[in-house]
Structures are given as C-alpha cells and as structure tokens.
Design a protein around this ligand. Sequence first.
Ligand SMILES: [Zn+2]
Length: 232
Amino acid sequence: MLSVSGLGQEIQRLFYPHVCALCKAALVKSEQGLCAFCISILPRARFISFVENPVHQAFRGRVPIRQAGSFLTFRSGGVVQELLHQIKYRDNTGLAEAIGHYYASELLASGFVLPEILLPVPLHPAKLRQRGYNQSEVFAEGLAGRLGIKQIPNALLRRHFTETQTKKSRWDRWQNVDSVFALKNPERFSGKTIAVVDDVVTTGATLESCISVLLKANVQSVDVLTIAYAKE
Ligand SMILES: [Zn+2]
C-alpha cells in the first residue's frame, strides 16, 4: 500500500506535471510545487518572533502555547487562497509537501526552537474518505522531513462534526469543539514538546481544542505551525 506521501506523489504526477501551481511555468529540477519567482512573491507572514506575534496572541488567555508560526498571510482572493484551494480541493498534495519543505527551511534559519513531535490536526473521517488525504498531514510530512523530527498522524482523533460552530461565540465554539478531539495513547506524549500543525489559523478554535487535549496529557509544551494565517 502506498504511504500518504507516496500516494500524494502519484496524484501529483497524474494531475500536476512539473509546472508551477501559480504561473504554470515548467519547473526546473530544484523547484518543487512552485517556481522560484512565485515563491519569492508569496505574502510571507514573517512574524518578527514566534512569541507575541498575531497567531501567538490569538491564543492568549485561552491555552498556553510556547511558540506560534505561520508561513503565509491569507487574503481573500489572493494567491494564498489559490494555493490552499489546490491543496484542499484539487488533490495537489505535492504542493502541500513542498510548502512544508519551504517553511521548514525558513524555520531552521530563524529562532524557532524545534519541538520533538508534529501532530497534524485531523479531518473528520467522512471528509478524509471523500478527500482521500489530510492536507495538514501532508504539510506536516513536508515540515517533519526537512526539520528532521517526526510527525505522528492519527494520534489526534476527531470525533464528530461541529457544523454550527461558526455561528456561535468564541466561548460556545470552544465548548463545542472541545469534545471533538481525542488523543490516542496519551501517555506517550507526557513530557514531550509538541507542535500542532494545521492548514489555516483564523479564530484558533480548532487548534485550541486540540491543544487542550494535549495539555490534559501533560505534554511539556505546545507550538502551533500553519501554512497560513487569516485575520478574523
Ligand atoms: Zn510560478
């Protein structure tokens, strides 16, 4: 059976021959997912530090986190929306993995303190069956490979849908999603430094729910890493 990454590469070859996801120019061997020019013009979040940046601040007073980082800044109608669309709905897993590699290189060159384990935010099983892959897991795989740390998919589990959560207040949302996630074999994460990985952070409600599950398992610290950050 193919791994998620192997399957991703197969899908990538079928639907995304070696062209840039944005400008469709042919890629040279050293380029992955995007051409060098398009990478250079991506709207980077470029937070000055991994504490007290907008993502880190979004969790203040909610759950304690050690560091937070996002690779890009999301704007409606912008190129990041196009990238996320390809990653989520167009089977472009190669792009998700490539973005993981690019962000990992940036993290290694910055003051980010590496965690021991990456845990991707899971999709609901029904959505996973429909999509065939979890884009956050593929992104985490790209990150983990380049950072030289491990990612453990399927450790965080999602229990049920929260379709009405967007209509509720932040507090209601927190309570609503809190029961959605569970951690498999929580004892193995006790005392570990963990980073939770997701595609986009907006309100942080989903991540907050995952983080509170991890804190109950007595992890040492939690970081947040996402492809993009979107202002609410
Ligand atoms: Zn390009």
